[in-house]
Design a protein around this ligand. Structure first.
Ligand code: NAP
Ligand code: HSE
Length: 428
């Protein structure tokens, strides 16, 4: 029998226990597919005595993940603890220095330290694989790195945070305000320990930055991702968008433009009948566009024990088979530093505001938009109360700079109550 591939798993939470279950329950299938047995030799977590609903019998135990990562009998260090720095980074670096390959689900660590870790791996002649870090069970890292290797990637788009998609779709279905659904998501255990990672778009931004690095052969640069969360989305916007045939999604877009690499993660209106518009609940969707292949749509579970462990195992099996891919699909030392696009590509925008109901109010708003060079495509005024009227304007394509300038001038008209809401309408 061929030598087993010996793995050490640091982190026995949702994902780690899922990996242990697959290895225990599907040993024959994995061995047949990998061409050799996959064997867990040791594990690590914070608490040794916690009941994890899975037997850890027969595995060694290390309190310190660095000790696990450097054990002589470990071939592949599987990092499932999380966190951009701290023990995850220390153990990953130690594993590479000790001659191990690494599999991780840690998007935060790779989005911030990915270039450095990829260079360390390459220098040491080892690999880091991270299928589970982006969109959970969807094999999008492999799709981009391998399946689309013959394409120039023209655009990467996706809904890559299941919690945000759950919140937005639940608000629409139940007609509930953001705050109520946020609380519901918290009680269901959907939110990260720091919920801002989800609703602030940071988690999804990490994932987008990783895909952009593979797609465009550039160094991962999370700092250049233009981020906007979903905290400001109101039920009124969701209803108004729905009436106009749109849904609001936290959408990531990465594309190489003449102005540099554009990476943005922000709420966008997408047509309700498009694949992205149809995406319900906690599911993820990634849309890849290549010059030869056209558009590919991948949809599936972006989180959870089974789907994420499935992705981790795909990397473990890849290594067991002897496939040695570079972290971002090209040698790390050759990856270019992309010039970040300072402004996103022009797009139509949805603008919602409350106008004080008096003669000439609409004309003043139209003048501000016109002065900023913004042309109106459609506008609608509905259900005004005694003093104000809700107004929705859809602009023709406009630059975000021009829109921001108009938004700054609107309060000065004296006819707009509160703040105007502006949401990009994405051509998907
Ligand atoms: P989790 O349930 O919070 O589990 C984290 C595990 O790491 C726990 O077992 C914890 O030990 C262990 N741990 C934390 N600090 C440690 C330390 N200093 N030393 C040793 N062990 C330590 O997290 P998770 O949801 O499984 O996520 C793991 C990774 O997968 C993260 O990078 C996450 O972003 C990524 N990911 C998760 C999902 C998902 O659906 N959950 C999806 C995609 C990617 P104790 O159990 O003893 O506390
Ligand atoms: N918090 C993430 C989500 C978990 O909601 O999609 C998976 O990365």
């Amino acid at each position: 029998m061929t030598q087993p591939l010996r793995i050490g798993i640091a982190g026995l939470g949702t994902v780690g226990t899922g990996v242990v279950k697959i290895v225990r329950q599907k040993a024959n299938l994995l061995a047949a597919r990998a061409g050799r047995p996959i064997q867990i030799v040791a594990v690590s977590a914070r608490s040794r005595n916690k009941d994890r609903g899975v037997s850890l019998g027969g595995y060694g135990w290390e309190d310190d993940p660095v000790a696990l990562a450097t054990r002589e009998d470990v071939d592949v260090f599987v990092e499932l603890m999380g966190g951009a720095d701290g023990p995850a980074k220390a153990a990953t670096e130690a594993a590479l220095a000790a001659g191990k390959d690494v599999v991780t689900a840690n998007k935060a660590m790779l989005a911030i330290h990915g270039q450095d870790l990829a260079e360390r791996a390459e220098t040491a002649g080892h690999v880091i694989r991270f299928e589970a870090a982006v969109a959970g069970g969807i094999p999008v890292v492999k799709a981009l790195t391998e399946g689309l290797a013959g394409n120039e990637v023209t655009r990467v788009m996706g809904v890559m945070n299941g919690t945000c998609n759950y919140i937005l779709t639940r608000m629409e279905e139940a007609g509930l305000p953001y705050e109520d659904v946020f609380e519901e998501a918290r009680q269901l255990g959907y939110l990260e320990a720091d919920p801002n990672l989800d609703v602030g778009g940071i988690d999804a931004g990490h994932k987008l930055a990783l895909l952009a690095a593979i797609a465009y052969g550039t160094q991962v640069n999370f700092d250049a991702v233009e981020l906007e969360g979903i905290q400001q989305i109101s039920i009124e916007d969701i209803r108004t968008a729905a009436n106009m045939g749109f849904r609001i999604k936290l959408l990531g877009v990465a594309q190489m433009t003449g102005r540099g690499l554009e990476q943005r993660m922000s709420p966008c209106l997408v047509p309700a009948d498009s694949p992205l518009g149809q995406l319900q609940g906690g599911t993820n969707m990634v849309v890849l566009e290549g010059d030869a292949v056209g558009q590919i749509v991948l949809r599936g579970a972006g989180a959870g024990e089974g789907p994420t462990a499935s992705a981790v195992m795909s990397d473990v099996i890849e290594i067991a088979r002897g496939t040695r891919l570079t972290t971002f699909g090209q040698p790390a030392h050759g990856l270019e530093i992309a010039r970040p696009a300072r402004a996103s590509a022009p797009a139509p925008y949805y603008l919602r505001m409350r106008l004080i109901d008096k003669p000439g109010a609409m004309a003043k708003v139209a003048t501000v938009l016109g002065d900023a060079g913004i042309s109106i495509d459609r506008m609608r005024q509905t259900r005004h109360d005694d003093t104000t009227a809700p107004v929705v304007i859809v602009t023709h394509k406009t630059a975000r700079d021009a829109l921001d300038s108009a938004l700054r001038y609107l309060p000065g008209t004296g006819v707009v109550q509160g703040e105007a809401v502006a949401i990009r309408i994405e051509d998907v």
